[in-house]
Ligand binder design. Structure first.
Ligand code: FEO
Length: 399
């Protein structure tokens, strides 16, 4: 656990988590993830968003910041990566008040079985820490859970935004945006998109609403719960999130995400022809195999891209099961409005078509005629597949 001063009365206490364990039990973090907590000192001290068990907990966060005790614990969001060791905090700080929205405190009671010393705050409420320091609170529902709020320290212009403006990727010994070079920022940009597509994408309308609501504050420093603290250029991460939110209807990048699975190589052979067509049509593409590659990167690519190819064989008269799971996740994560092409091999009969069409109906994809063939694709199949790939690429490039 490390601590860096943001100024002479605010510290960021953070833990770099590097683990094979999946974030939320689903998402790989091969570059790790950083959990951030903040200590704000006036005459009284507030700890904002204590760390989870992964980060060592609230007690150690206070220790790392050089503060033996907190008078307030501000909970912007109750998901356990931020609130995981509330019991430990309460044991170490029995007199401290826990501050959150009314919905947040309901979760404190139900999740953590704590029902004393709770202070509910509403939009615009302020907490006076004495010595000219105070925190204001703004409700930010569904960023990422319904109870979420953000905290604001107006004198320094610091926004404690919790999940919003966060990212995967461990920051190591550094935490501020001005401490990373552009190559490192490019990696964090990839990781912020993947984080967004995995965690935040269903709530894009709320992201836009929150950005609009907070824009009048004059933010000078974005201090999120995960990843880089943006003190040199807070607008960079805010505009990045605004861009991601604007992609919710279909993705703005002229590229194609190819999501594919193959049992014996027959679907793969047809997909190779589609790929030749995409290249001929002048579009870039990324390929993600299911189940082998998992869905985390596939979601990021699909969210970003305006085109999508789904390639899978028929399996037991229905969809290849890993693709059925992928499409269900695409619905949950709002992979909407794509220009789409489905291709795949079958054995005795087809069957994927009916199940596929039902699965993508809520996604509102604009689909080309799909291509199915028996067993290995013949010369005619390959020519048709290449042509469909080229047609998809043309549509994506013209959009
Ligand atoms: Fe980082 Fe929704 O918790």
């Amino acid at each position: 656990m490390k601590s860096h001063a943001i100024n002479d009365y605010i510290s960021c206490v953070y833990a770099n988590v590097r683990t094979d364990e999946l974030f939320e039990g689903m998402w790989p973090v091969p570059r790790g993830i950083t959990l951030n907590s903040y200590v704000v000192r006036g005459e009284k001290t507030a700890l904002i968003d204590p760390l989870s068990g992964w980060g060592g907990g609230a007690g150690r966060a206070m220790e790392a910041a050089g503060c033996p005790k907190a008078d307030y614990l501000v909970l912007n969001h109750i998901e356990p990566d931020h609130s995981g060791r509330l019991g430990e905090f309460r044991a170490l700080n029995p007199a401290a008040k826990i501050v959150s929205t009314e919905k947040g405190l309901a979760l404190v009671k139900s999740f953590h079985k704590i029902d004393g010393g709770l202070v509910a705050v509403k939009d615009g409420d302020e907490l006076d820490l004495g010595g000219g320091r105070s925190l204001a609170f703004f409700e930010a529902p569904n960023l990422h859970w319904p109870e979420t709020m953000v905290a604001w320290e107006g004198a320094s212009g610091t926004l404690f935004s919790c999940d919003a403006f966060g990212s995967y990727g461990a920051t190591g010994d550094r935490i501020f945006d001005d401490q990373f070079d552009e190559g490192e920022h490019a990696l964090f940009e990839e990781e912020s998109l993947r984080y967004y597509a995995n965690i935040v994408s269903p709530f894009s309308a709320f992201v836009e609403r929150a950005i609009g609501k907070l824009s009048a504050l004059g933010v000078k420093c974005v201090a999120p719960g995960h990843g880089i603290v943006w003190r040199r250029d807070p607008g960079r991460i805010i505009s990045r999130y605004a861009k991601y939110a604007s992609w919710a209807g279909g993705g703005a990048e002229k590229e194609i995400a190819v999501i594919w699975g193959s049992m014996y190589g027959n679907t793969k052979a047809g997909l190779d022809a589609v790929a030749r067509g995409i290249e001929r049509g002048g579009a870039r593409f990324t390929a993600h195999r299911v189940p082998d590659d998992g869905l985390s990167h596939a979601l990021a690519a699909a969210y970003r891209s305006s085109g999508i190819v789904i390639a899978m064989p028929t399996y037991e008269y229905g969809m290849f099961p890993p693709m059925a799971h992928a499409l269900d996740m695409f619905r949950r994560k709002h992979i909407f409005g794509k220009k789409a092409l489905r291709v795949g091999s079958r054995g005795w009969v087809g069957g994927a078509k009916k199940e596929y069409e039902a699965a993508v109906e809520p996604l509102k994809w604009d689909s080309l005629d799909s291509v199915e063939w028996a067993g290995f694709p013949g010369a005619g199949d390959l020519a048709l597949l290449e042509e469909r790939g080229a047609e998809l690429a043309r549509r994506v490039m013209e959009s």
